[in-house]
Design a protein around this ligand. Structure first.
Ligand SMILES: Cc1cc2nc3c(=O)[nH]c(=O)nc-3n(C[C@H](O)[C@H](O)[C@H](O)COP(=O)(O)OP(=O)(O)OC[C@H]3O[C@@H](n4cnc5c(N)ncnc54)[C@H](O)[C@@H]3O)c2cc1C
Ligand SMILES: NC(=O)c1ccc[n+]([C@@H]2O[C@H](COP(=O)([O-])OP(=O)(O)OC[C@H]3O[C@@H](n4cnc5c(N)ncnc54)[C@H](OP(=O)(O)O)[C@@H]3O)[C@@H](O)[C@H]2O)c1
Length: 501
């Protein structure tokens, strides 16, 4: 059969797009035999290229053994009407350069063998089994849409937010539109010391003049302009050597206008001696922390710091044990932190409770201790402990024809480049399986034809990539008038309205 192998991808974040990019680049090899007197396996006509004449003794006719390379067709299904996942809804608004990957994704989406179907919630509007019936292979790339919870009393009080929701709010994720965080307090505590924690700290403390030139949403901009937050503490359960952020993001904090660092010198006591044994990137990061925490700055920097109206600082060796409520119990008054010591050394050292605690007064807590993938369909294996789909090189274990890529495959860590590499690996596994015959692509499959019919029956109308381009244009035009790169539409209804008119 010369039908194209049909693959569908669930999720249009970096993982979905990089998997699609690699698949449409690769042609799969098909070998077919056809016979001059049609006694042997026959086949459709082929171009004369790649045809070898061979003799099959059992046929005694002249047979042609031909290699035709078939193009893979890729359909991407996305829950939201807009593509690009965390590139749109996660990456900080003041990091526009990171969003340039959208240009590559757009090229992929516009490729003749790639189609985008937004506004399709897989697991709800269509099941994985239905996708498997329609396609030769299904790649799950739906990311990590949940978040790890602290599991401490008071976590649900007003004034406590997950970083996932807080980031979603300032980036225009429709489900977080109504978060309206209360920024009327002076001190905010962020739990976790990864790059997401630093993004949140930077957005809380950035001068409005910087933010208003970004694609941050208008409601977030207005709320931040009125914010009373003047002090942000970024709390980690381990020490400076184990911090999870990277140097570029730390440098941005150090240089953030109108802020000064406020560290605890004693936290760095054992750090200097350990410095020489650290791997280079970690060493440079630690040196910058030491310099920021302990060194007396030059005159100019001293002057800058003395004029700053806001402060930020790391607090190490602290784990959350309870969010403390105001007497009325309606919102938070502070957080109780357990004081830890470290066991072991280097990056692998782990935190052990000392039994002591410390209370910190604050009116805002953002828990930034990691995202978490969730199961979307009971038919798909899911490792609830690791919160990933169990897989070997992207092949879902015990589920032929199912693959996974991105954060769903590895867990919720890694920058876009890491996600790109793991998605290319998954695409390679899939192509290998087609070439080896492990994945049977010999029978024709209906692909989007049957899924579109199913969706229509269920009253679901997909958003195409050119529909998205209409949304994109409207957002950019809206942004232009206020000097922003774009003003995002904030509800699914608005997006659909623009897409279909
Ligand atoms: C706050 C934050 C900031 C970041 N900033 C940077 C940065 O500056 N630089 C950098 O290199 N990396 C950054 N990263 C990391 C980067 O975003 C990730 O590496 C990458 O987005 C992971 O890609 P993914 O495709 O696995 O997941 P996602 O980007 O989350 O994409 C998953 C997609 O699947 C869709 N989906 C979910 N459920 C369904 C469903 N049921 N049906 C259909 N579709 C579904 C989602 O809507 C989404 O579009 C950041 C991460 C976060 C959390
Ligand atoms: N600018 C950028 O390039 C950028 C921006 C944002 C995000 N990203 C990337 O996106 C990925 C996710 O970032 P992230 O910040 O969400 O995750 P992360 O880098 O894994 O950091 C998570 C933080 O939470 C802490 N933590 C985890 N569980 C905890 C618990 N139970 N109690 C207390 N603390 C806990 C971790 O401490 P331990 O180390 O002790 O576990 C760590 O400090 C990362 O790879 C990051 O680099 C990149």
């Amino acid at each position: 059969c010369f039908c194209s192998p049909k693959v569908c991808i669930v999720g249009s974040g970096p993982a979905g797009f990089y998997t699609a990019q690699h698949l449409i680049k690769v042609w799969t090899a098909y070998w077919t035999v056809f016979c001059s007197r049609k006694r042997c396996i026959s086949s459709a006509s082929l171009s004369s290229e790649n045809v070898d004449i061979i003799f099959f003794p059992q046929c005694r006719d002249l047979c042609f053994f031909s290699q035709a390379r078939q193009d893979v067709e890729v359909d991407i299904y996305e829950r939201l009407p807009v593509p690009f996942g965390l590139v749109r809804f996660g990456v900080a608004p003041d990091h526009p350069e990171v969003k340039n990957v959208i240009n590559t994704f757009t090229q992929t989406a516009k490729h003749s063998r790639c189609s985008f179907y937004g506004n399709v919630n897989v697991g709800k509007n269509v099941s994985i089994t239905e996708l498997q019936q329609a396609y030769h292979a299904v790649v799950l790339s739906y990311g990590a849409e949940g978040n790890r919870s602290m599991g401490v009393p008071g976590e649900d009080l007003a004034g406590v937010y997950s970083a996932k929701d807080f980031v979603g709010w300032y980036n225009g994720l429709p489900s977080c539109r109504e978060l309206s965080p209360d920024l009327s307090c002076e001190t905010a505590v962020i739990l976790g010391q990864g790059n997401v924690a630093l993004d949140v700290a930077r957005i809380l403390l950035s001068p409005i003049d910087i933010l208003k030139k970004t694609d941050i949403t208008q409601p977030a901009l207005e709320a931040l302009a009125e914010s009373q937050v003047r002090r942000v503490l970024i709390v980690g359960r381990r020490g400076p050597i184990q911090i999870a952020c990277t140097i570029k993001e730390l440098r941005e904090m150090v240089n953030l206008p109108d802020t000064r660092p406020d560290m605890v010198a004693a936290d760095f006591d054992a750090v200097k001696e350990a410095l020489k044994d650290l791997p280079r990137p970690r060493k440079r990061l630690t040196e910058l922390m030491l310099k920021t925490a302990l060194e007396v700055p030059g005159e100019k920097e001293q002057e800058r710091r003395s004029k700053a109206s806001r402060t930020w600082g790391f607090r190490f060796f602290r784990s959350p044990v309870e969010v403390l409520a105001e007497p009325s119990h309606s919102r938070i008054a502070g957080i109780r932190l357990a004081i830890n010591k470290l066991e072991g050394s280097g990056e692998g050292a782990h935190a052990v409770l000392t039994g002591e605690v410390e209370d910190v007064s604050c009116g805002l807590v953002v828990s930034s201790i990691g995202y978490k993938s969730l199961p979307i369909d009971p038919s798909v294996p899911f490792d609830s402990r690791k919160a990933i789909i169990p897989n070997t090189m992207g092949r879902v274990k015990q589920a032929a024809g199912l693959y996974c890529s991105g954060w769903l495959k590895t867990g919720p860590t890694g920058v876009i480049a890491t996600t790109m590499n793991n998605s290319f690996d998954t695409a390679r596994s899939l192509v290998e399986d087609m070439d080896s015959g492990t994945l049977d692509v010999s029978a024709a499959k209906p692909g989007s034809q049957s899924i579109s019919a199913l969706l229509e029956k269920r009253g679901v109308k997909p958003v195409t990539f050119s529909d998205w381009e209409k949304i994109d244009n409207v957002e950019m035009k809206k942004g232009e008038s206020s000097g922003k790169p774009r003003e995002k539409l904030l509800t699914v209804e608005e997006m659909l309205h623009v897409a279909w008119t």
